[in-house]
Design a protein around this ligand. Sequence first.
Ligand SMILES: C[S@@+](CC[C@H](N)C(=O)[O-])C[C@H]1O[C@@H](n2cnc3c(N)ncnc32)[C@H](O)[C@@H]1O
Length: 306
Amino acid sequence: MAQKQACLVLFLQVEKSLSHFLGHRQSAMPIGLLALRHRAGSDLKTNGMVEAATLPIKMCCKAKGLKEYFVSNFPKKGFVMKENVLSQFGPLYHNYSLFGVHNEQLPGIFKLNQQAKEEFLIPYITRAVNILKETNMLISFMELFCADGYYAMVARQLGATIAYGVDNNRDGFFAKASQIASALGVDNIHFFEKDVQDIGTFKPVDIVANLGGLYHVSNPEQILVESYAVAKSFLIVQSVVSMENNSEDYFEAPAPGWSWGSRYSRESFHKMILAKNWNILDYNFNELPGNINKVSMGSVYYLIKK
Ligand SMILES: C[S@@+](CC[C@H](N)C(=O)[O-])C[C@H]1O[C@@H](n2cnc3c(N)ncnc32)[C@H](O)[C@@H]1O
């Protein structure tokens, strides 16, 4: 334990000095540092969910191997901030600092929620890509509910050889995805304006990332199962859950206060996903500070390996 604590202290010092040196705010922390923080922290922190769960969950983040994460994921080309090549698109859903660009981000919930979500999502993508790199020459990645395609682009940055983004453009963010990728110089990325309800027709890929969308559909369990089916090796999941209800049997569709979507509680989502008997490598929970309504405040994260 003392060794692990020393490791985390050392990591935090490296993070602090590098962030300072690079002029990064915490929100703009380079990808490798986010991965590293997760790797160190997940073995050391006490996760409320882990404590609460009596069901056997495999937690296999280990504090060792930090150097490997650091060296392989630090974006070597990303140190120098570029001119804002995204200025022509106006304020965007995501902040693209990880690509070396300080773009204007939409006001309100966007910055806060991105920070909360990527704390877990970037390490999960990193981990899946790194495991596959050991055996695969080519790694395909697909982000479902991709909006402007941020995490599909992040996956390319982290070593996926080809990435896809799928969104039905219901909220209008998807329209800029391809242009943002081109402006950032992210190649081998393709965006499809499709409804995720058609997932049964999608080609299998190595990593499926179902992010920020299950609570938008009225049949989340079905979409989750189909996401797993279309993943060859990894499924990464993030969804919003209610913090107003902690019943493990809670499910509502449409979502409370909406005419569409659905809502689980943190506990009922966990129960639903555990019942699949999938190989959960890691899971987590945090609050989305941008969402002030308790029914949309919780956020769950799962990294699943097939
Ligand atoms: C909250 S955003 C998620 C953005 C991104 N994946 C993230 O996690 O930051 C939800 C996106 O889902 C899209 N969406 C909602 N319902 C959909 C559906 N049935 N099929 C495809 N996209 C959908 C919306 O257009 C929106 O861009």
